[in-house]
Design a protein around this ligand. Sequence first.
Ligand SMILES: [Zn+2]
Ligand SMILES: [Zn+2]
Length: 128
Amino acid sequence: MSEVCPGCGESRLVEVFARDSSRASGRKSRCKVCDRARARAFYVANRERVLERAAAKRGRARSPVSSSCSECGVALEGRQRVTCGSSRCRDARFRRLHPESYAARERAKVERRKAARRQPREDASRIL
Ligand SMILES: [Zn+2]
Ligand SMILES: [Zn+2]
């Protein structure tokens, strides 16, 4: 049994067409020679992207076991995931990732402190 490959126009044995269960014929429409040539062409044309994706895949596979505090680098254990859990490191991470919300939070803190400092004096003046 042979089939004509639309890629190269050659009449080839069906064995030369790679298996593809997603197709009704059970074989790819192009012969292996054309398949390989196409994969090669794709790689050449998208070399950067292909390599990048492969590197990303490797990086993702490794990341779950990486376990040191992102701020101070101390080794993590148990349910600690990103920082060692100290408020200093949590703050540092928050400031790094959300500089604007951090600034807003710091401003609110300062306001609260100012208000708290003002409050007792007002009370005192009222008593007097
Ligand atoms: Zn072909
Ligand atoms: Zn830390």
